[in-house]
Design a protein around this ligand. Sequence first.
Ligand SMILES: NC(=O)c1ccc[n+]([C@@H]2O[C@H](COP(=O)([O-])OP(=O)(O)OC[C@H]3O[C@@H](n4cnc5c(N)ncnc54)[C@H](OP(=O)(O)O)[C@@H]3O)[C@@H](O)[C@H]2O)c1
Length: 253
Amino acid sequence: MKNPFDLSGKVALITGASKGIGEAIARIYAASGASVVVSSRKMEAVEPVAQAIRNEGGQATAIACHMGNVTDITNLVNQSLAIYKTIDIVVNNAATNPVFGPVVNTTEDAFDKIINVNVKGPFELAKQVYPLLKEKKSGSIINISSVGGLRPEHGLGLYSVSKAALISLTKVLAKEWGDDNIRANVICPGLIKTKFSEALWSNDKIMNVMMKSLPMKRVGTPEEIAALALYLASDASAYSTGAVFTADGGFTI
Ligand SMILES: NC(=O)c1ccc[n+]([C@@H]2O[C@H](COP(=O)([O-])OP(=O)(O)OC[C@H]3O[C@@H](n4cnc5c(N)ncnc54)[C@H](OP(=O)(O)O)[C@@H]3O)[C@@H](O)[C@H]2O)c1
């Protein structure tokens, strides 16, 4: 019997893959047989991840791409195609959150930055890859949102808005591209131990309050999100599209 989680022969493009959840996704995809394009803003941050994957016998290439820059996104797609000839899986994982506090204090500049990187970038990347996936009649787009996109977080107002928009974008793509056998699904992680969320998990006061109501009483790991992203990239999820998957230790119950 063929392993439904096997990604042999597939090419996966992962944004924000120099660390945290994106790196864990790149590693599990490569370990499952995919050739991976490991991308983030800084070449010096992504090349060591690609090298580590190659050292373990996997196929990986590092390409720098700022997800708020459309020219960078076009370059990411073109360079990936030049190297691997095709793309099968896109993981929109990169995100930014430059502000913390009430929305009334959020500047226009911060608003534009958050929406550009967290919503416009994933839209642009999916749109640029679409003609190729349509021709192949096959593809999987995985967007990494947040529980904040389902239930806004205090102090993370516009970040939550952007993550809600990403959930909606996923459903729109799933609806419009389902007939082409291109699937789009979204993951909403709860609190995961990465650099991005360090201000939360390193704060004992916040943790004490949070753990009182969190059913699983612990933060998650990047690998626990990556395993779900593997399911969504693979044939194991062949009939799932437009779906919203939480992996949050029960936070949203
Ligand atoms: N950690 C959590 O608790 C949590 C919870 C819910 C959702 N999420 C979501 O999970 C995703 C990954 O977060 P993480 O926790 O793994 O964060 P992380 O460890 O801080 O990693 C973020 C990654 O994104 C890259 N990046 C940042 N800005 C970028 C940009 N403009 N263009 C391209 N790449 C960019 C970073 O690399 P460079 O600096 O080299 O660009 C890095 O590779 C995000 O979408 C986040 O919203 C995280």
